[in-house]
Design a protein around this ligand. Structure first.
Ligand code: KMH
Ligand code: ZN
Length: 272
């Protein structure tokens, strides 16, 4: 089977230390978390950053500090995938700036607006196109965040219109209240909607993380885990670290002899 790319979404924008005290928020904490995750088998770090009050931030300085700390701590070097989703309510200029200024290897791209818990996650069509165009021109590889049934079709329209190029890397983020849940039926629908030369991964939110990881491992997809999506190891038990989740996914792969992608494999597969 193809090597399994494991992405660690170590921090997120909405998770707080109140929800899990082990959440890494400072650059130093994120560096330790990233190092542990890479040692356990992760090859991509999906990165959100925080300010000095631990609030979600899209500031260049916060990104620079975290990236520098993670780079210094990790060997081999994971792909650092910058979040352009930020927190709900972050203005698009702030979400675009790190792409333009820092030109990361990879970044997330959210293609549609939706309810997100009790809030609205705004991704206006013209702004999405603007962000996608920057990524295309700067050679930043987008990972398309798919939360709901129509998002694959929106992505295919963006591809047709020239805002994206093949192959598309989909991240199925399932379980957000406002999007699709992480049932096998929903995953089947999404897999029927994408094309063979695209890649896909699952990011199960909350209780969906473990079963979706298992499905993706068995079916040739990639897996995202981490505190951004889930703070519980099992019902009622907090996870100790992001790396604990990476190890669980690695064991799922080992059980079926699926190799784990190295950082080098991940760059080759993603086309960096
Ligand atoms: N925080 C969510 C509203 C991304 O990183 O691109 C959006 C998010 C997606 O986390
Ligand atoms: Zn994110």
């Amino acid at each position: 089977m193809n090597p399994l790319i494991i992405t660690a979404a170590i921090t997120g924008a909405e998770t707080t230390k109140k929800m899990n005290p082990a959440l890494p928020v400072t650059p130093e904490e994120q560096a330790v978390a990233a190092r542990e995750c890479v040692a356990a088998g992760a090859s991509v770090i999906h990165l959100h950053v925080r300010d000095e009050n631990e609030s979600a931030s899209q500031s260049l300085d916060n990104f620079k500090n975290s990236i520098e700390a993670i780079r210094a701590a990790c060997d081999p070097q994971p792909i650092i995938q910058i979040s352009t989703g930020g927190a709900v309510g972050a203005p698009m200029e702030e979400r675009i700036r790190p792409i333009v200024e820092l030109k990361p290897e990879m970044a997330s791209l959210n293609v549609a607006s939706m309810n997100f818990g009790d809030e609205v996650f705004l991704n206006e069509p013209l702004e999405v196109k603007k962000l996608a165009k920057y990524m295309l021109e700067l050679g930043v590889i987008p990972e398309i965040e798919v939360y709901d049934a129509g998002h694959v079709e929106i992505t295919q329209r963006l591809l047709k219109e020239g805002y994206l190029k093949k192959p598309i890397h989909y991240q199925f983020v399932l379980g957000v209240p406002g999007g699709m849940s992480g049932t096998e039926r929903n995953l089947n629908f999404l897999l029927e909607s994408i094309q063979d030369d695209d890649t896909w991964a699952t990011a199960g939110v909350g209780r969906w993380q473990k079963p979706l990881s298992q499905m993706a491992v068995e079916r040739g997809g990639f897996v995202r885990i981490g505190f951004e999506d889930n703070v519980y190891w099992e019902k009622g038990v907090l996870a100790e670290s992001n790396a604990q989740f990476v190890e669980r996914v690695r064991k799922m792969a080992e059980a079926i002899n699926r190799p784990i992608a190295t950082c080098e494999d991940a760059r080759r597969i993603i086309g960096i």
